[in-house]
Design a protein around this ligand. Structure first.
Ligand code: ZN
Length: 249
């Protein structure tokens, strides 16, 4: 294109190639990612509902499949974002005078990433891992373990499991039964959301580290971002209370 290269004296590091279009495409892809996230939240909560209402296993299985599909979409999207970003970086570094075939470059990088896909990737998807854990925990609370899982706890006293889970209903800060439990991803302890958030905030305000309030826990630097909603526990507490109310009536 005549005259085009003369504008390469501009201050942009790449001269005449503008990435603004690419960057806006990237940000809309990131929006799409948040849609995947909320889709995963919905599928998780439906799956937990199904366990709670003890619906037949086949519908729970379909939620599992939905989660796998979401996780795959998420992986693909991440690969695409990575491919585009690294192509942009590559072109910026090269400072080449001729415009490279961006589409081809992105495609190549994308395929290279896709080729490395394996099922183990889902272990890196936080929402997927959480989903599996929460489902397993809720099933444990309901005594609905799958055969394979049940084998490993064989011989454990039923009553002990119940007492154990009931003590887990108590927040180490308020010493009260939790209404909105959150779990610490790092040490696995749970607390009432409001209480732990207040605790971390007040420590951080005084420029101090926040220790896990659970006695005996060695985790000494809690972050707000370590906290995740413990939906399985919340449901277990709720259903336990419902049962208790029914019994006292
Ligand atoms: Zn802890």
């Amino acid at each position: 294109m005549p005259g085009r290269s003369t504008s390469s004296s501009g201050s942009g590091s790449t001269g005449f190639i503008s990435f603004s279009g690419v960057e806006s495409a990237l940000s809309s892809l990131k929006n799409f990612q948040s849609c995947i996230n909320s889709g995963m939240d919905t599928a998780s909560s439906v799956a937990l509902d199904l366990v709670e209402t003890q619906t037949e296993v086949s519908s729970e299985y379909s939620m599992d499949k939905a989660m796998v599909e979401f996780a795959m979409m998420d992986r693909e999207l991440n690969h695409y974002l990575k491919a585009v970003q690294s192509t942009i970086n590559h072109v910026k570094e090269e400072r080449s005078e001729k415009i490279p075939d961006l589409k081809l470059l992105v495609e190549k990088k994308f395929l290279a990433l896709q080729n490395k896909n394996s099922d183990a990737d889902f272990q890196n998807n936080e929402k997927f891992v959480q989903f599996k854990q929460q489902l397993k925990e809720l099933k444990k609370q309901y005594g609905l373990q799958s055969d394979r899982e049940a084998d490993s706890t064989e011989g454990v006293d039923e009553d002990m499991i119940v007492t154990q889970s009931q003590t887990n209903f108590i927040c180490p800060i308020t010493q009260l039964e939790m209404k909105k439990p959150v779990k610490n991803k790092v040490c696995g302890h749970t607390y009432e959301e409001e209480a732990i958030v207040r605790m971390i905030e007040s420590k951080h305000k005084r420029k101090k580290k926040a220790c896990c309030p659970k006695i005996g826990c060695s985790h000494t630097d809690m972050r707000m971002s370590d906290l995740i909603q413990d939906e399985a526990l919340r449901r277990a507490i709720e259903s336990h209370n419902k049962k208790r109310r029914r019994q006292s009536n």
